[in-house]
Design a protein around this ligand. Structure first.
Ligand SMILES: C[S@@+](CC[C@H](N)C(=O)[O-])C[C@H]1O[C@@H](n2cnc3c(N)ncnc32)[C@H](O)[C@@H]1O
Length: 275
């Protein structure tokens, strides 16, 4: 592992540790005592501080972590390549912070995927949305997941490619054509912030693969338009993601639903293609 990779891992740790300390305060710090030794002593020392101070230090740690990452830039595929094996456990923590988000995506999938429908997943990562379909018990005739990062696709294939109607393909949403065919539901979760100002271009491409009456369900990391934005930007920097500003998702055509979740840190949009 190069020094740059070690610093990046440290930066990511600082961001997650900082954000969780900020959100949960002492409740997050206390369990670290089980590590014993000097860490337990340090934690006991921290626990004598007032809760607000622990949260403030957490915010500072997250911002410092983002600075470390900014100084050690890598490409998106490189980042997810290194992170593929730890992605699923980190996602559990992420979802624990952004509590209302998973429910909202579940509800949208239940509402907009007709039974036996065909699903395309843009930036499928480790196949989290196949897991969602299974968990919700929605029958689907075909699922195609596309992603840029081979290591994320490897994890997805190991989990789900034994299913006869599931395929994973390596594609760059910004360069490659999308898989042929007409889909009832095109889903994309936590990807648009990586596409930056080109998210609209990808939505346009996706609409061409929708059946008339089909829907795009897109969940994205977004600007909150509040005092939280510097923190949201810092976390975004860690994962090479730029929180999507309102102006971008408000311009997507055919919008039938817009939900701002987790204080605006996540936005769910549903787009319908009428003809
Ligand atoms: C935060 S993960 C989300 C994975 C999954 N959708 C989920 O909800 O867990 C972002 C994913 O987007 C993929 N990605 C980023 N930019 C991409 C692009 N231009 N084309 C295809 N995939 C991309 C990354 O490889 C990564 O797997």
């Amino acid at each position: 592992m190069s020094l740059k990779s070690i610093l990046r891992v440290l930066g990511i740790f600082m961001i997650f540790n900082g954000v969780f300390s900020l959100v949960f305060g002492k409740a997050f710090v206390r369990p670290w005592r089980v590590l014993g030794g000097p860490i337990a002593a340090y934690v006991s020392f921290l626990l004598r501080w007032p809760g607000w101070l622990i949260r403030l230090v957490g915010a500072g740690e997250a911002v410092a972590g983002a600075r470390v990452l900014a100084a050690t830039q890598v490409q998106v595929a490189e980042l997810y390549g290194v992170g593929a094996r730890v992605y699923d456990p980190l996602l559990v923590l992420w979802n624990a912070v952004l509590t209302d988000v998973e429910d909202a995506v579940d509800r949208a999938v239940i509402e907009y995927l007709p039974p036996g429908g065909r699903v395309l997943d843009l930036g499928c990562g480790t196949g989290v949305n196949v897991g969602r379909l299974q968990r919700l018990g929605i029958p689907f005739s075909q699922y195609v997941g596309v992603d840029l990062t081979p290591q994320m696709l490897e994890v997805a294939r190991a989990k789900f490619e034994h299913l006869p109607n599931v395929t994973f393909l390596q594609r760059d949403l910004l360069r490659d054509p999308l898989p042929e065919g007409e889909f009832d539901l095109i889903i994309s979760t936590w990807v648009f912030s990586h596409l930056k100002e080109r998210a609209g271009e990808v939505v346009e491409k996706a609409r061409q693969r929708l059946k008339p009456g089909g829907h795009i369900v897109a969940l994205m990391y977004s600007k909150t338009d509040s005092w939280l934005d510097p923190l949201v930007d810092a976390v975004g920097e860690a994962i090479l993601a730029a929180p999507v500003p309102k102006a971008i998702y408000l311009a997507f055509p055919g919008r039938v639903r817009l939900q701002r979740l987790a204080g605006g840190m996540a936005t769910l949009v549903v787009l319908r293609k009428d003809t």
